[in-house]
Design a protein around this ligand. Structure first.
Ligand code: THU
Length: 134
């Protein structure tokens, strides 16, 4: 793991520990690196009205926006289970709003990095902010 990925991993893992998941029991943490060098983290937050729950990526994006940043240069998601906790479809689009197609999205488990993707790999031929301005 590079030092940059390790910093994202540490932040995401700490966020994952705070996940509010009484229904799925599936803990997820996400961390986003912004151009300033700051890392913004978030966890999933479920709700008794299931569809109202938030994914970890959405929580991390909210923290980033609250801090006044709007660009993601690298991202990492860590989730429970043996499988790859890749961002859900909605979160791929959420990430795309603030990340160029070439941005790396790392997927980890508690033990460390499992696999790295780009935004373009996760969401090919995406619709993004540029579609509305050109
Ligand atoms: N979850 C995330 O936080 N991010 C994803 O990209 C995939 C799914 C959460 C939502 C829900 O709280 C739990 O994982 C099970 O779906």
């Amino acid at each position: 793991m590079t030092p940059g990925i390790a910093a994202l991993f540490d932040a995401a893992l700490a966020a994952k520990a705070r996940a509010y998941v009484p229904y799925s029991k599936f803990h997820v943490g996400a961390a986003l690196l912004a151009p300033s060098g700051c890392i913004y983290a978030g966890c999933n937050v479920e709700n008794a009205a299931y569809p109202v729950g938030n994914c970890a990526e959405a929580s991390a994006i909210a923290a980033m926006i609250l801090a006044g940043e709007t660009r993601i240069v690298e991202a990492l998601v860590v989730g429970d289970g043996a499988g790859l906790c890749t961002p859900c479809g909605g979160c791929r689009q959420r990430l795309r709003e603030f990340a160029e197609p070439g941005v790396a999205v790392h997927v980890a488990g508690d033990e460390g990095l499992r696999r790295s993707f780009t935004v373009e790999e996760l969401l090919p031929a995406s619709f993004g902010p540029d579609n509305l301005t050109s």
